[in-house]
Design a protein around this ligand. Sequence first.
Ligand SMILES: [Fe+2]
Ligand SMILES: [Fe+2]
Length: 367
Amino acid sequence: MKQSVDLHSFHEKLDRNNLGPLWASIHDLNTIEPKARPIPYLWKRELIEKHLEEAEDLLQVGDGADRRAVFLINPGMKDLIPYGWGGATHTLYAAVQAVKPGEIAPAHRHTTTALRFIMKGEGGSGRVNGEKIPFEPGDYLITPTWTWHDHTNQGEETIMWMDCLDVPFTLFMNVCFTEFYPEKQQELLVPDDYSSKRYQGGMVRPISDRSPSIAPLGRYKWELTQKGLDGLSEFEPDPFDGYAIEYINPSTGKDANNRIGARMQKLPPKFFGKAHRHVHSNVYHVFKGSGYTVMNGVKFEWSEGDFFVIPPWVWHEHVNLSETEDALLFSTNDLPIMEAFDFERKEEYRENGGSQIITEVFVPIEE
Ligand SMILES: [Fe+2]
Ligand SMILES: [Fe+2]
């Protein structure tokens, strides 16, 4: 006993001297499995949009607010300063942004890398590194690291989109830089929709693009994504993810955004996905349809416009109960980071025929 008291005071002495005893810490530092900060969670569309509408009345974009966006804070990360590190998961920030007719979200650039998925509203466009890029609902857009970007709405209705950035990862890496453009909008340097036009052939690239320094395509139109899903749908679905495609950089075949992966997946009517888990985390946005996802035995019911997150190493399976309607899920992930550092691994759920037993139903905040 005397020895353990001595050991305890020795540990305290080490701590006072900013040193640590590995023999007492190793099991917390090298865990048997990941102990993720973020928890499985879901935000209802109504909750986010109601608060975003309130922000529409309270602040004007370009006049006091650079961006009008409400971001998701994972309850498991809420105590991290500042603002839960803006984490929907430990690596990914996700938000819904609204731009009213006539507003301009001013130009800036940052080392965080960004992508957008247009949820609703016509007449929106952005400028990215000197190119004007118009967009419509269903389009997927990227703003690679350190590229100037601003957004505007020349239509007649409010435009909303999902933003996803690697904010928590960038904070953790201590590598965040931001710079503001001297004017509200950046100068246009190339013809409008330049990158889409250069890549409209799909599976061919301009000969100058064998090794581009940044991703050469900024906009992925919904009609092309839909075509990709239609082609796949002639065959058997993936047992875990249904019909799922990834947005790629057409010059390299790698992820469109080099630090954040993005997918569109279709769960056909009566699709009961099998459960699996993986190290990479996901932020999901329900683009169309309804259904549910079971995460570690808890049922998360979702419908159009909702968001939910799958943290690392959490068992999950997706279900579409509809007899007639597809469910379309847009999602982002940190797979590019996990693969770059050889962290990725996955496992199939073998018990109970590959389906988890539901022990609880998640009750979302409806305030
Ligand atoms: Fe930005
Ligand atoms: Fe998965």
